[in-house]
Design a protein around this ligand. Structure first.
Ligand SMILES: [Fe+2]
Length: 186
């Protein structure tokens, strides 16, 4: 298998994504997925790479959502990437195919959680992801109008699939993201 380093992935993200905030979101997912892998017994480096690359095709599919995830697979296979399980997890995160693998389900739940944690961090006086208390996040979680784009039902699936409660998920994601504080800028 070709060796895919985070550096190579970052170069690719810069080629494909125009929005710096989206690249930061990819780093947030990278950190979150590493933490999810540690909790769920996955390979942290592979899961982190899935997080980093999961929205690679965003600009190409934002007006064609049914192809979100599929196009990432096409791009990466075209470059010799052959970790099909990882590519399938990326496809699953979009919900365009049912999330059934452990890695895909983890990404499906962690993706909206990263956006939610960013929104909480921006609201918190510290503006530092590592310093946002779980109580603060759970209070925001119950506020329907707060960070409406962060799908609560998608995050809640972590309870059914992994027996990880929402507060536990938010702490995992927050702590995973804190490792990438420099890249995320929070
Ligand atoms: Fe995403």
């Amino acid at each position: 298998m070709y060796c895919w380093t985070p550096e190579r992935a970052v170069t690719l993200l810069a080629e494909h994504l125009a929005n710096q905030n989206l690249i930061k979101h990819c780093w947030a997912a990278e950190g979150a997925m590493r933490a999810m892998a540690v909790r769920l017994g996955g390979d942290p480096e592979r899961w982190a790479l899935a997080g980093l690359l999961h929205d690679l095709d965003y600009d190409k599919t934002k007006d064609d959502f049914p192809r979100h995830g599929t196009v990432t697979g096409e791009i990466l296979r075209g470059l010799g990437f052959d970790d099909e399980e990882l590519l399938h997890a990326i496809l699953e995160h979009s919900g365009n195919v049912p999330p059934e693998s452990t890695m895909g389900r983890a990404l499906y739940c962690a993706d909206p959680a990263t956006g939610f944690v960013v929104a909480c961090t921006l609201m918190h006086p510290s503006k530092r992801v590592a310093e946002v208390p779980v109580e603060f996040m759970m209070k925001r979680f119950s506020e329907k109008r707060f960070a409406q784009g962060a799908n609560r039902d998608q995050m809640r699936m972590t309870e059914m699939w992994f027996h990880i409660t929402v507060p536990d998920l938010l702490c995992l994601v927050r702590d995973g993201m804190a490792v990438r504080s420099r890249e995320i800028g929070l």
